[in-house]
Design a protein around this ligand. Structure first.
Ligand code: NOJ
Ligand code: MG
Length: 531
């Protein structure tokens, strides 16, 4: 591709905001749109290019906004439409982009569509959801499970049928085989795109179509006691059906009615299946989210193999992307520890492809222990002791050392990390060697150097816990060397090279000239510009 053909989302960095936890402007303990507006200068100065906000639509909040009751409104907790319009304008004024979360697989059970659908078997919206007669024994139509525990089917006494819900029973699945539903959801996309929204992150894209014959899912041979109940079966028929690609393509066509808009898909599938979501001739999702770094053990050989597998599996002109954290998974600084979290940041921001940073990870925020009585997440409440709580990675952003880390003047909806007086934006902004400084440097150099934002990826070696690769664009080359262990190792790639360290996990290395062989102290990460 010619340099000019790369668009903002190829070159840029996405930052995910979980709006409940970013910044509260009105003291109700829950983050809101005006709070985000207040912090846009921070995001701009940090150096990110696009902001994706988790759902802000009206919702009964059974799943904290992923149960939408009005797809074209704003929840009063977050503000009003005029706040949203202002947010969009302010984001654009700073040269950034705004990505919304679209939740098309299911609505809230309080959505007027569902209320109508539920009202009678003859209602014209009956078929907008997945209603089926009971199975032979009067029980659910088949064995499909809910991700949040128990059967995926809920019985409705009045109309004597079951409806399917892949998540909570308060989140009935929409029927994407119905053409009217399809048109309604595509119209919702146009509503936001017309306003000027720059794209969507589509929730659970691989769930959108289920087997028409409703065949039972097979038992999972790997299931063990103590795992969540959803793992009992392999979702072979309830997810990732071929026809989903027609739906994604239809969404993409809507996106393409507008200039330079972006379609991201949330998809938890192995690489071989994930890449099918780019669609035929790349006419599907621009970026099927790649969650490999969320799932792999922190091991150089495994990561190296996965990068190669992913690079090798990408369709021609399919653009890669990497995600290191999100609101559904334990934070990186808790998964790999504080020291390696720095290397993880270097990795995320120097691999080939669009990176997504989860809010707070730029500070090294860790999972927060939530006392039992304060648990909010339905995934944990539904299956106590088995369903993993997602609250720990959803705690308030740590802005400064004042009460509640400057997040709210009220009572925060989730408790804060106890060490927020040490780990916060204000303290780390200019603090040498801090996680935030590292992010600022990485984001800056990534934006400046074509080798880092569009360059090729060339594996160098992975051995003794070292992960190393080159990013190259025309004559410019960067050598990345990461010691993913906590002991000293030697790096000797077997070719001659000379370069200067531009960014390092250990800032005392920055500016040093190096060549050929190096002794890598524990946990060291280097971004070296080659001569
Ligand atoms: C994926 C979202 O990221 C998660 O937070 C939500 O609970 C489920 N989809 C259901 O919408
Ligand atoms: Mg608020």
């Amino acid at each position: 591709m010619n340099y000019k053909e790369y668009l903002w989302w190829h070159k840029g960095v996405v930052y995910q905001i979980y709006p409940r936890s970013f910044k509260d402007s009105d003291g109700d303990g829950v983050g809101d749109l005006r709070g985000i507006i207040e912090k846009l200068d921070y995001l701009k100065d940090l150096g990110v290019d696009a902001v994706w906000i988790s759902p802000i639509y009206p919702s009964p909040m059974a799943d904290f906004g992923y149960d939408v009751s009005d797809y074209t409104g704003i929840h009063p907790l977050f503000g009003e439409m005029k706040d949203f319009d202002e947010l969009l304008t302010e984001v654009h004024q700073r040269g950034m982009k705004l990505i919304l979360d679209l939740v098309p697989n299911h609505s809230s059970n309080k959505h007027p569509w569902f209320l109508e659908s539920k009202s009678s078997k003859n209602n014209h919206k009956r078929d907008w959801y997945i209603w089926k007669d009971p199975g032979k024994d009067g029980g659910p139509p088949n064995n499909w499970l809910s991700v949040f525990g128990g059967s995926g089917w809920e019985y409705d006494e009045k109309t004597e049928q079951y409806y399917y819900h892949a998540f909570l029973k308060e989140q009935p699945d929409l029927n994407w085989r119905n053409p009217d539903l399809q048109q309604a959801m595509l119209a919702i996309m146009r509503y936001w795109l017309k306003k000027g929204v720059d794209g969507f992150r589509v929730d659970v894209m691989w769930h959108m179509i289920k087997d028409e014959q409703l065949r039972d899912d097979p038992p999972n041979p790997e299931y063990k006691k103590g795992m969540n109940s959803y793992s009992k079966l392999l979702p072979a028929y309830s997810t990732d059906q071929d026809e989903v690609h027609d739906i994604v393509h239809k969404m993409r066509k809507v996106i393409d009615e507008y200039d330079e808009r972006l379609l991201i898909g949330e998809i938890y599938l192995p690489i071989s299946k994930l890449v099918s979501y780019y669609g035929e001739d790349n006419q599907g999702a621009h970026l099927p989210f790649n969650f490999q770094l969320l799932q792999l053990p922190w091991n150089a050989a495994r990561i190296k193999a996965t990068i190669d597998e992913y690079e090798g599996a990408l369709p021609e002109n399919g653009w890669p992307n990497w995600v290191l954290g999100n609101h559904d998974n334990s934070r990186i600084a808790s998964r790999v520890g504080k020291d390696q979290a720095k290397n993880a940041a270097i990795l995320l921001l120097t691999l080939r492809g669009t990176p997504t940073i989860y809010y707070g990870d730029e500070l090294g925020m860790q999972d927060v222990d939530i006392p039992k009585e304060k648990i909010q997440d339905p995934q944990a409440l539904n299956e106590p002791g088995v369903g993993r709580s997602r609250d720990p990675e959803r705690t308030p952003m740590q802005w400064d050392a004042t009460k509640n880390a400057g997040f709210t003047k009220g009572d925060p909806w989730l408790p804060l990390m106890v060490n927020y007086k040490e780990i916060n934006v204000k303290k780390q902004w200019d603090q040498p060697g801090s996680m935030l400084q590292l992010h600022r440097k990485l984001l800056k150099i990534r934006a400046q150097e074509p080798a880092l934002h569009v360059g090729n990826y060339l594996p160098v070696l992975s051995q003794d816990g070292i992960l190393s690769y080159i990013r190259k664009y025309e004559e410019q080359q960067f050598l990345i060397v990461l010691n993913l262990t906590d002991s000293e190792v030697n790096f000797a790639p077997g070719f001659k090279w000379t370069g200067t360290v531009k960014v390092s996990s250990h800032e005392e290395f920055e500016g040093k000239e190096m060549n050929d062989k190096i002794n890598l102290p524990a946990n060291l990460g280097l971004v070296i510009k080659l001569e």
